[in-house]
Design a protein around this ligand. Structure first.
Ligand code: C2E
Ligand code: MG
Ligand code: MG
Length: 266
């Protein structure tokens, strides 16, 4: 067996134990309303605290979790934990924010996603409108009928839907209507250089203008500088997320961050 295949196998075996061993953690990254500067939501981002190892980023283990189907139980845990955390912040008296959770296409195909979402909401007591599910463009393209039905039922629960990494897939405009999505997340690859790259700026402006005409919310990802944030404001982008505002951080650190920010704002 070559080294890569062996590593992959070891990763799968370790992933099997990771859930039971409670090795997963969620970090949360704030989402900012550009007009008011207030925090309107957070995105839950999965990390793996592997025994004897550092914190592992999702890009390194999500593909293996998807191939093995383990993303289904892992994704269920993410939904439960994220909803529970949103309620903890609500009960602690912090301003109400939306909790965004990333979904994998495999959860649509192999899991009972509707049941997982219903259960996470019921167990936590979180209002459905406070939960936002992030889908990808490719997800909406494959197996459209079954996905459409699940999406319809999720919408009927009252949860919000957003399209992650918008602009990197097929950007089919038909599905925006068909799936009644609420929000577009402009991919960071377009956002990064809007100040210096005229093409990127044109793409970002076009997405914002289209989103606004369709009455969708639009958020820019990967905002790393004040210049980019200001430019997005000039383009009338609703929201932004990125290192310029805050990095993803553990729940406790975000609690402090939210409190400090609240205290600083009149
Ligand atoms: P994503 O959903 O598009 O998440 C945004 C990624 O950009 C995150 O990487 C975040 O840490 C990073 N980021 C945020 N602000 C900045 C910035 O200003 N500059 C730069 N360069 N990067 C920024 P992360 O946490 O490594 O997550 C990577 C991807 O893994 C996510 O992309 C998402 O597709 C996936 N993922 C994360 N958590 C989950 C999960 O619970 N379930 C599933 N299925 N996928 C997840
Ligand atoms: Mg995301
Ligand atoms: Mg993204």
């Amino acid at each position: 067996m070559n080294a890569q295949a062996l590593e992959h196998l070891q990763l799968r075996t370790a992933l099997h134990h990771a859930l039971a061993n409670q090795e997963f953690v969620l970090h949360y990254q704030p989402q900012i309303d550009l007009a008011s500067g207030s925090v309107v939501g957070v995105e839950a981002l999965l990390r793996w605290q592997r025994a004897g190892d550092g914190l592992m980023a999702p890009a390194r283990f999500i593909p293996a979790a998807e191939e093995s189907g383990l993303i289904v139980p892992i994704g269920e845990w993410v939904l439960q934990e994220a909803c529970a955390q949103a309620m903890r912040w609500q009960k602690a008296g912090l301003p109400e924010i939306t909790m965004a959770v990333n979904l994998s296409a495999v959860q649509f195909r192999r899991g009972d996603l509707l049941q997982s979402v219903t259960q996470a909401l019921a167990e936590s007591g979180l209002e459905p409108a406070r939960l936002e599910l992030e889908l990808t463009e490719t997800l909406l393209l494959d197996d459209a009928e079954q996905v459409l039905e699940t999406v319809r039922r999720l919408k009927a629960l009252g949860v919000c839907l957003s399209i992650d990494d918008f602009g990197t897939g097929y950007s089919s405009l038909a599905y925006l209507k068909r799936f009644a999505v609420d929000k577009l997340k402009i991919d960071q690859s377009f956002v990064r250089d809007i100040v210096s790259d005229a093409d990127d700026a044109a793409i970002v402006r076009a997405i914002i203008s289209m989103a606004r005409s369709l009455k969708l919310k639009v958020i820019a990802e990967g905002v790393e500088t004040q210049d980019v944030a200001r430019t997005l404001g000039l383009y009338h982008c609703h929201e932004a997320q990125g290192y310029h505002f805050a990095r993803p951080m553990p729940a406790d650190a975000l609690t402090d961050w939210l409190r400090q920010r609240n205290a600083a704002q009149p």
